[in-house]
Design a protein around this ligand. Structure first.
Ligand SMILES: Cc1cc2nc3c(=O)[nH]c(=O)nc-3n(C[C@H](O)[C@H](O)[C@H](O)COP(=O)(O)OP(=O)(O)OC[C@H]3O[C@@H](n4cnc5c(N)ncnc54)[C@H](O)[C@@H]3O)c2cc1C
Length: 183
């Protein structure tokens, strides 16, 4: 089974994890539930007229868990790639392996910088699918547009990266479309 590790549990990371887990990728999220969303009240998230950021996060975390992702409480301290395999070191010293890594660490971009990823005036340099210059590695969310961060944009970026991973696995474009069941 393909394994993905998502580092960061704000809207960007949880959105990536939702799409990946929902589509059969074994997905582990490292997070500290320390997102700026806890200071926000959203009036600009399309489809939700108003919601507190903390409530949004609670719903999102539950939704991601319900689709089968594992949410680990703790910091990922380092990312390395050995051959085709990523190794993510956790603060407890354990190492976790994955085929794909999505970094969604918010504005700090600490891991992205430690990996030596290219930076520009907005943040980490990524392509339109949020590939970040190392095969299988993606950077999404605030780290890519530090000064113009919005929750719905971070969530969209996470979804875009996940769809790119799913499309690579399938070898064709993936559309994660659902329809209501027929009565
Ligand atoms: C006061 C305030 C009000 C706001 N109001 C709005 C608003 O009304 N509308 C709106 O759209 N946006 C608003 N925002 C912005 C919104 O909160 C951000 O756009 C959004 O949180 C960015 O999401 P993200 O997933 O990219 O990053 P973040 O939400 O920053 O999430 C990153 C997460 O990753 C975790 N993390 C980082 N590094 C690691 C690591 N190494 N290991 C494990 N976990 C890690 C962090 O602890 C954090 O939980 C507001 C922000 C603030 C501060």
């Amino acid at each position: 089974m393909t394994k993905a590790i998502v580092i960061g549990d704000g809207p960007a990371g949880l959105s990536a994890a939702l799409f990946l887990a929902k589509n059969g990728v074994e997905t582990t999220v490292f997070g500290q539930d320390n997102t700026a969303m806890h200071y926000a009240e959203l009036h600009n998230y399309l489809g939700i007229p108003v919601i507190g950021g903390t409530e949004f996060q609670e719903i999102a975390r539950r939704q991601v868990r319900d689709k089968g992702a594992t949410l680990l409480s703790g910091e990922a301290t380092a990312v390395h790639k050995d051959g085709e395999t990523f190794r993510v070191t956790a603060a407890d010293g354990n190492t976790h392996e994955a085929d794909y890594v999505v970094i969604a660490e918010g504005k700090s971009a600490r891991l992205a910088k430690a990996l030596g990823l290219a930076m520009n005036e907005d943040g980490v340099t990524v392509d339109r699918n949020y590939r970040a210059g190392i095969d299988g590695l993606y950077v999404v969310g605030r780290a890519t547009r530090t000064g113009r961060s919005q929750a719905i944009i971070s969530a969209g970026q996470g979804g875009t990266a996940a769809i790119d991973i799913l499309s690579r696995l399938k070898g064709a474009d993936v559309r994660d479309f659902d329809e209501p069941a027929n009565e």
